[in-house]
Ligand binder design. Structure first.
Ligand SMILES: *[C@@H]1O[C@H](CO)[C@@H](O)[C@H](O)[C@H]1NC(C)=O
Ligand SMILES: *[C@@H]1O[C@H](CO)[C@@H](O)[C@H](O)[C@H]1NC(C)=O
Ligand SMILES: *[C@@H]1O[C@H](CO)[C@@H](O)[C@H](O)[C@H]1NC(C)=O
Length: 324
C-alpha cells in the first residue's frame, strides 16, 4: 500500500495526514462493506449468517427450539416414549425433522398439515454473559445475536413485535459491546498478517479437534499439523475456499469476508485496513493469490487444490429453508 511506504519516509506531517486519510479510506470501505447493501448483498449475507452461526449460537437455537416446541404444544414425542399409554394417538413423525431455518427462526410443526414452518424464535434464551452481546451495523449494543436475528425476523414478517421498520436490515457488525475502535498503528498493521495466519490455523485445528471441519479439508489440516511449512498455507487455503462459497466463483468478494470480519473486529482493530490490503487492485474481489500475498505466504502452494475441494463441497451444498 503506497501510503505506508510514504509513512516510512518518516515525514511527521505526512504521518499525521496519511493516518487521517488512511482511516477515512478504511472507514469508507467499511461503509461499503457493511452499509451499502443491495438486495443481492442481503441475500448473500443471510446465507453466510446461516452457515456460519457459531456453535454457541447453535446451542442457543436448540434452546429456543425447545421453548418454541412448548409454546406450540408439539414435541411431546419423548414423553410418550416414556409413558406409553394404550389408545393414544399414534405417534407422528416430527414434521420439523430435517428442516433448517435461517438465523432468528426456528421450525414450528404444523401438525394439521404435517409440515414444518420456519417462524421467528418466540423467545431468546436470557443472556447474562456480557460476552454474548453484539454490536449491530446501527452501532447499537444488543443482548445476543439471537435477539438481533429475532427482531429482524419479526420486522420481515410484519410481526407487531417489530420495533422499527429499519430493523428489517439489521445485522451484526461485530461481537461484543459497541465501542470506539482504536486506530491501527503502522506496527500493529505490519504484525497483522502473522496474527491472522496464527488465528486461521488455530481455528482450523480447533474445528478439526471438534470434528467440525468438513471432511474435504481434513487432509489439509493433517498436513498442516505434520508439516510446519504447510501450516499457514493450508489454513489460508481452507479459509479462502470456505469463504468463496456465495457464489463459488474463485474469488472472495468483500461481502464474502463478513464471517471473518465480525468475530475479529472486536479483537483486532486492524482488520479493516488489513482486508483493504488484500484487495490492492480495488476490484472488490480477492483472488487466492491476493489472499496469499496479504497473508505474506508463498504463492506456489496456493492453487489447484482449492478447486477440487470447492467442487466437492458444491455437490453437497444445501440451502437452509427460509433463510432470510
Ligand atoms: C458507537 O457507539 C460507541 C459506544 O456508544 C461509541 O463510543 C462510538 O463512537 C460509536 N461509533 C460510531 C461510529 O458512531
Ligand atoms: C513439507 O512441505 C514442503 C512444502 O510443500 C515440502 O517441500 C516438504 O517435502 C514437506 N515435508 C515433509 C516432511 O513432508
Ligand atoms: C459429500 O457427501 C458425500 C456423501 O454424502 C461424502 O462422502 C463426502 O465426504 C461429502 N463431501 C464433503 C466435502 O462434505
Amino acid at each position: 500500500m503506497a501510503k505506508f511506504h510514504v509513512v516510512r519516509l518518516g515525514v511527521a506531517l505526512a504521518v499525521v495526514l496519511l493516518a487521517v486519510a488512511g482511516r477515512a479510506h478504511a472507514d469508507e470501505l467499511l461503509d461499503e462493506l457493511l452499509n451499502e447493501f443491495d438486495d443481492d448483498d442481503e441475500v448473500l449475507l443471510r446465507h453466510i449468517e446461516a452457515k456460519h452461526v457459531s456453535r454457541d449460537y447453535e446451542l442457543e437455537r436448540e434452546l429456543a427450539a425447545r421453548i418454541a416446541a412448548d409454546h406450540y404444544a408439539y414435541g411431546q414425542a419423548e414423553e410418550e416414549d416414556e409413558t406409553p399409554l394404550e389408545g393414544r394417538v399414534p405417534r407422528l413423525t416430527d414434521p420439523c425433522k430435517g428442516v433448517r431455518c435461517g438465523a432468528g427462526r426456528v421450525c414450528s410443526a404444523n401438525v394439521a398439515e404435517q409440515r414444518g414452518e420456519c417462524i421467528c424464535i418466540p423467545e431468546c434464551p436470557a443472556e447474562t454473559d456480557p460476552r454474548r452481546k453484539v454490536c449491530t451495523n446501527r452501532n447499537e449494543t444488543w443482548e445476543s445475536a439471537c435477539e438481533v436475528h429475532r427482531q429482524r425476523c419479526m420486522c420481515n414478517t410484519r410481526d407487531p413485535g417489530c420495533r422499527h421498520e429499519e430493523l428489517r436490515h439489521v445485522h451484526i457488525d461485530y461481537y461484543g459491546t459497541c465501542r470506539e475502535m482504536p486506530d491501527c498503528s503502522e506496527n500493529d498493521l505490519a504484525d497483522f498478517p502473522r496474527r491472522m495466519r496464527d488465528w486461521l490455523f488455530n481455528v482450523m485445528r480447533d474445528l478439526a479437534s471438534r470434528n467440525e471441519l468438513p471432511e474435504a479439508y481434513m487432509a489439509l489440516e493433517h498436513e498442516a499439523e505434520t508439516n510446519m511449512t504447510k501450516r499457514w498455507t493450508n489454513a489460508a487455503i481452507w479459509k479462502w475456499c470456505e469463504l468463496d462459497g456465495y457464489p463459488h466463483d474463485n474469488t472472495v468478494s468483500r461481502h464474502e469476508l463478513f464471517p471473518i470480519r465480525a468475530p475479529l473486529f472486536a479483537l483486532e482493530h486492524c482488520i479493516a485496513p488489513f482486508l483493504e490490503s488484500c484487495d490492492p487492485n480495488r476490484d472488490h474481489r480477492i483472488s487466492l493469490q491476493e489472499w496469499g500475498k496479504c497473508l505474506e505466504l508463498e504463492e506456489d502452494d496456493l492453487t489447484a487444490r482449492c478447486a477440487e475441494i470447492s467442487k466437492e463441497e458444491e455437490l453437497n451444498k444445501s440451502s437452509p429453508q427460509d433463510a432470510y
